[in-house]
Ligand binder design. Structure first.
Ligand code: ADP
Ligand code: MG
Length: 210
């Protein structure tokens, strides 16, 4: 059981997240092909390659710095809807951890709540619209319930909540992006961005429980 992570461990965890997203490129692009224009995997891969370049040379002094570095690298390398959306996750989430020397379960709850609020403000979508918010929102709610746990335990519950949210997105009718024009034809397919959120959080869980 791991109670908390130091800034450099958060850096190493995010390098694992970057590799996991890069490895999932084909799956993420297929998910976007089912509902959108098919570029989500490539966009995320480009973002995560930029993240790796920045993290490999970073000697972090804070948890906030690691996450803000991730978000800035995504925002400046990806473009498109998801560059702004996922960049906001890490920049807004990271800023909520200002002054924290370690990442704890409480910090994870602060991170996810600020990420959720930032994305909703930035993109105007809400839970149920079949976007990445449908994985991020249940993850943020679960994180709040788990603040008293060791980080490894809370991340395990958070990753399960995100996975359940991604599965639930299959039944939703999209209200944003290209998928909106599909109407009921999008039922049965998960949102691509929700798949990315799930991979990110399950990789964080794996790092913290290793
Ligand atoms: P694009 O839509 O520019 O092709 P991507 O394919 O990389 O970008 O990303 C699409 C994903 O971005 C969607 O699956 C969805 O999860 C997320 N997304 C798009 N618009 C929004 C929004 N307004 N709010 C939250 N997430 C969004
Ligand atoms: Mg797309």
């Amino acid at each position: 059981m791991i109670a908390e992570l130091k800034p450099n461990q958060v850096r190493l965890m995010m390098l694992k997240v970057a590799d996991a997203i890069i490895d999932a490129e084909a799956m993420l692009s297929q998910a976007d092909r089912d509902l959108g224009d098919g570029d989500h995997g490539l966009g995320m891969k480009r973002g995560m390659e930029a993240v790796k370049v920045q993290l490999e040379k970073l000697d972090p002094s804070s948890v906030e710095q690691v996450f803000v570095t991730v978000g800035t690298a995504m925002m400046s390398s990806m473009g498109g809807a998801s560059g702004a959306i996922f960049g906001t996750v890490y920049r807004a989430g990271g800023k909520a951890l200002a002054g924290k020397s370690h990442l704890t379960a409480e910090g994870m709850a602060l991170f996810l709540q600020a990420a959720l609020e930032g994305v909703m403000k930035r993109g105007g979508a809400k839970p149920g619209d079949k976007t990445m918010i449908d994985a991020l929102h249940p993850a943020a709610v679960k994180a709040q319930e788990c603040v008293a746990m060791p980080l490894s335990e809370s991340l395990s519950a958070i990753a399960n909540a995100a996975e359940d949210g991604k599965e639930a997105s299959k039944a939703m009718i999209a209200q944003f992006g290209r998928a909106k024009t599909l109407g009921e034809a999008c039922i049965g397919f998960p949102d691509a961005g929700a798949c990315s959120v799930t991979i990110m959080l399950s990789t964080m869980r794996d790092y913290a429980s290793a």
